[in-house]
Write a protein that binds this ligand. Sequence first.
Ligand SMILES: [Zn+2]
Ligand SMILES: [Zn+2]
Length: 341
Amino acid sequence: MDDLKHGTRNRRGDWTPNDRLETAPLFEFPPRWRKLLAWLPSYFVPWNVIFLSLALLFWWALTPDKEVMQELSPGWILYLLARNSLLVLVIYGAIELRLYIKRTQGARFKYNQRFPADTTSGVFWFKSQNIDNALRTFGSGLPIWTMYEALILWCYANDFGLWATFGDNPIWLIAFALVLPLVHEFHFYCIHRLIHVPVLYKHVHSVHHNSVNPSPWSSLSMHPVEHLLYWSGTLIHIVLPSHPLLLLYHLQISGTGAVIGHVGFDQVEVDDEKAIGTHAFAHYLHHKYFEVNYADGTIPLDRWFGTWHDGSAEAGERMRERMKQRRRKMAAKAAKGSSGS
Ligand SMILES: [Zn+2]
Ligand SMILES: [Zn+2]
């Protein structure tokens, strides 16, 4: 496909889409119904439908019986770890294989023309972004994901919490499932702002940001403290009436779903004429510029708080102005501090 019909490439070879990013029209007052209806399918297709399908498969076929989970024994917990790890290996691995190892579409639709495997950097374990990212994914990411899953399923098996059934509470559970992607985004925004506080950024979140040019394995490449915060959103299932299927859907959105923002390509080509949009641009801009797009724009939190970057030159200018003002403020504070001491 000719990616220059859909975007531009700069002198370095980095590709930018022509269309500006837009936040979802969900929280606009008065509502713009036509826009809302046109946007709605993209809320479900393809990603959330895929995550819900995986959750259904896991719940029906790949989760131990309630009686088994009543005791926190290593057997079933290691089984959950193995099935989650296998899923990530297959999904992330398939995207990595196609786009980064076989490079079937070269750098077409790729935001950053470089491929992480072609460069080395001392910030990564073994100087390799891929090895570092994969080790962090399987070393602490999957174990902490599984720890939350096992603990909450153990609560379910022992009736700790407000567990509901689809027979008794269908409306509540369906409504909860419908807003779960928003619940995840809101929680992610809050913890993400928190770990951008300088001291936490330095010791925790910088690990994730080492991948300035993210690829699929960067998705869950985080410091263990970030992993702990990242999946803490699933504790909502023991606070509100819920169902284990919703817990599994939540874990899919946050676990497997982390890959969405880190694909590194705007579109994945299917054939010479068709391509699937990835929704990766907003989070790519976060990896590139650090202080923009803390969320993904489904809830327009970044727009409300002035940190939204839609990929345009004007948004870049606004970001630079914001940085300048912040530096000025910090310098003034430092000067005040030194004159007062
Ligand atoms: Zn990221
Ligand atoms: Zn960040």
